[in-house]
Design a protein around this ligand. Sequence first.
Ligand code: F6P
Length: 324
Amino acid sequence: MMKRIAVFTSGGDAPGMNACVRAVVRTAVYHGIEVYGIMRGYSGMIKGEFVRLDSASVANTIQKGGTILKSARSQKFQTREGRQQAFDQLVNNGIEGLVAIGGNGTFTGASLFEEEFGIPTVGAPGTIDNDLYGTDYTIGYDTAVNTALEAIDKIRDTADSHDRCFFVEVMGRDSGYIAMPCAIGGGAEIVMIPETQMSTEAVVESLKSSWRRSKTSFIVVVAEGEEEGNAHTVAQRVKEAIPQLDTRVTIIGHIQRGGAPSAADRLLASQIGIAAVEGLLNGMHNVMAGIVDRKLVYTPFSDTINKKKLINQSFMRMVEILSV
Ligand code: F6P
């Protein structure tokens, strides 16, 4: 039975990370084991930035955005020397197991670290991108989509007033998971995501066709990983093809990463936090805890990292039908 574990957040922060840390801490306390927080992800692990956490340390945090443990993307942890230093710090502090809250990069590091040094690690999917295989939803995704959607609703108001075409870029790394519900929920005319090929020419044709049907304002949601280019590039090409179209670009950006987590994210984070600690205590390691079809599953890091979570292609058709 482990006596002491540690939890850290790493990579891009996501709303609900605090709810997950809280669940990890309280589950550890519930099972009578000590828990430490590692500040600034792998970077703090290397430097030995450990803080003892108890139930009170995470009071009043479930509703807070960001991460109380702070986050970082560590270059040094990518070196063998850095990982050796991190391992030495964990051993010196008597840490026997880890809960890693983060995304693909976090689990790539965790998997390598465990293979090299054997510290059992269970991952919690914390990223707004929802691009992790092994869970239907990641912690922070629901909040980020709602934040982006709120922005799109506001953009729609001004687009409509001025008869303009807005190209709205949303985050999501190399996936369209954020873009798709934003397009459907925001009533966008077009969505461009990396998972499907939609050429700029097709966008031009679609806008012309909408124009002929007397539409006067348009929203094109562009995922940041879109292969045709970013929102500025696409907007410029469209403007060249349809000079009379009054175009504007909005990059929603890091607003999507902040704010109080939604109810769905708080619930997911709490479920996963409990599952991560109980998984560790039951001998799980090198896996990510996730929810698939409403059931708790533990997926090997190797699958989480290497397998692609496919986006439902019928969503593209929904956008086409609903924007007619
Ligand atoms: O992974 C979360 C995310 O917000 C991505 O959507 C985006 O590509 C990236 O992080 C931005 O990273 P940074 O905050 O380092 O600019």
